[in-house]
Design a protein around this ligand. Structure first.
Ligand code: ATP
Length: 478
């Protein structure tokens, strides 16, 4: 299956089976905003829970918080977002379509032979690193790059465009709207920085320690492409790890390794990942890399690991006028801690797991044509863990099935269904990635056994009714 098709098929599948819908679809949708349906929201929640558990429960020195989306406007001045959180853009004068400069050039590079594309992208990276906007415009003009809509090369100058959304707070209209202006946070990290001392003091945390948080973030992405890969409203899972100045390099290496292990623990093979070290570092970083996953559209960032120095805490200290230092009893010294952060997009992780799990299988034999779409999710993140299917509605089978539901549902999400042939019911469960189906049949009443069917290889075995719950629980361990 061509990769382009694969992405389109995944998008269609997500809609058909209740994973992900376009936001406000009945009004023709809102661009780059998505809603999660009944199975998508379970999948997303399971990934979030797994991340949360591995960051907080499994670590002695990391605690979680849940900060508000709205923050004091000065937070975003201190963080550098008001001045620096922007992308270079260019508009086509004829179509009025706006492009992110790197996306425009990358799109054109895809049409070139490999060596030419490589040299063009290298030039682009050099110019981006120097913020050389005039040079970028010349590069676009020299290559005669055209707008996909108007077909012309009639471009404006390259300009910076801030990605933060803003709104007004309070009911009273002010003469100066700037006074009431608040931003929708573009990252969750700042909620952690401004609470650094609150958590450190109330939790009596000792450096090195971390604060984790999951939550919504908002960015006015200009070119929003690739389904839930690049959204305007999305969710992040971030952890800021506060360390002694001078030790940040070793913690950076530690978290690179730990985060890759987390990805591999989802059963994804190492060849599907690579690290990408940043050449152009963000204004706050002294080292940074991405963990890239091989999506249907190629290797792309799913997570960033950044050594943020003391940039954020120092700036908040300066802008707020409040001390944000830590007293290190071992060194007998006050200092502003350094920070290593891990920042992963929850929606991108959903997309990664969908890309990894989605399989179209031809099951045709000489006798008949057959096929299935199966989502091979790791059981831990699968929306439904167990489907309980009475073979018929007679002979007490639904009653036994209901009893099994009652036994299992406090532990994991189950699904009960008695309609349609068993084959059709299996296919529907394959399509939403349910790892186990259990069929209650006439024999169950005689000897308390059921047929358990395994999603990936479709094998079936006879097991006792009382063992079903533990079989599923065991498979959910990673
Ligand atoms: P990109 O280069 O793709 O725009 P970024 O480097 O700006 O991403 P970060 O600021 O490091 O991203 O954010 C951390 C993580 O948040 C990213 O690795 C990604 O998984 C997720 N993320 C960022 N922007 C978006 C978005 N628009 N839609 C969905 N997820 C996003």
């Amino acid at each position: 299956m061509a990769n382009d098709n694969k992405l389109q098929n995944i998008i269609a599948h997500c809609k058909e089976y209740g994973f992900i819908f376009q936001s406000s679809e009945i009004y023709d949708g809102l661009s780059a905003v998505y809603d999660y349906g009944q199975y998508g929201s379970e999948l997303k929640k399971n990934i979030r829970d797994y991340w949360w558990k591995s960051m907080t429960q499994m670590q002695d020195n990391i605690v979680g918080i849940d900060a508000a989306i709205f923050m004091h406007p000065t937070v975003w001045k201190a963080s550098g977002h008001v001045d620096n959180f922007s992308d270079p853009m260019i508009d086509n004068k004829d179509s009025k379509k706006r492009y992110r400069v790197d996306h425009l050039i990358e799109g054109y590079a895809e049409t070139l032979p490999e060596a030419d594309a490589k040299s063009l992208l290298q030039k682009m990276d050099e110019l981006l690193a120097k913020d050389d906007f005039a040079g970028l415009k010349t590069l676009i003009e020299d290559n005669k790059i055209k707008c996909a809509v108007s077909g012309t090369a009639n471009w404006t100058d390259v300009r910076q465009f801030n990605l933060m959304f803003s709104t007004e707070m309070g009911a009273v209209a002010s003469d100066n709207p700037e006074e009431n202006k608040v931003y929708l946070r573009p990252e969750t990290a700042q909620g952690i920085f401004v609470n650094f001392l609150n958590v450190q003091k109330t939790g009596r945390m000792k450096i090195p320690f971390g604060i984790a948080q999951t939550g919504k973030a908002f960015r006015n992405e200009i070119v929003a492409r690739g389904f839930i890969f690049r959204m305007r409203e999305f969710e992040q899972m971030e952890m800021q790890f506060f360390v002694r100045p001078g030790t940040q390099k070793e913690w950076y290496e530690h978290w690179k390794e730990a985060r890759m292990k987390w990805h591999l623990s989802l059963g994804i093979s190492p060849e599907r990942y690579r690290f990408h070290d940043h050449v152009k570092l963000a204004h706050y970083a002294d080292a940074a890399c991405d963990i890239e996953y091989d999506f249907p559209m190629g290797f792309k960032e799913v997570e960033g690991i950044h050594s943020r120095t003391d940039f954020d805490l120092k700036n908040h200290q300066q802008y707020s006028g409040k001390k944000l230092t830590y007293f290190d009893t071992e060194l007998n010294q006050h200092y502003v801690p350094y920070v290593v952060e891990t920042s992963i997009g929850l929606d991108r992780t959903v997309m990664m797991l969908l890309s990894e799990a989605y399989e179209e299988q031809d099951l045709s034999t000489d006798e008949k044509q057959d096929s299935r779409v199966v989502l091979k999710f790791p059981p831990l993140v699968a929306p439904i863990k167990l489907a309980i299917l009475p073979l018929t509605k007679k002979d007490g089978m639904p009653e036994i099935a209901r009893q099994l539901m009652d036994e299992c549902k406090p532990y994991f999400k189950c699904f009960y269904e008695e309609k349609d042939s068993i084959g059709k019911r299996y296919r529907r469960q394959d399509a939403i990635g349910t790892p186990f189906c259990v069929t209650i049949d006439g024999q169950t009443k005689e000897d308390n056994t059921v047929t358990i069917r395994h999603r990936d290889d479709m094998t079936q075995e006879r097991v006792t009714l009382s063992s079903v719950k533990d079989i599923v629980l065991k498979a959910m361990q990673v």
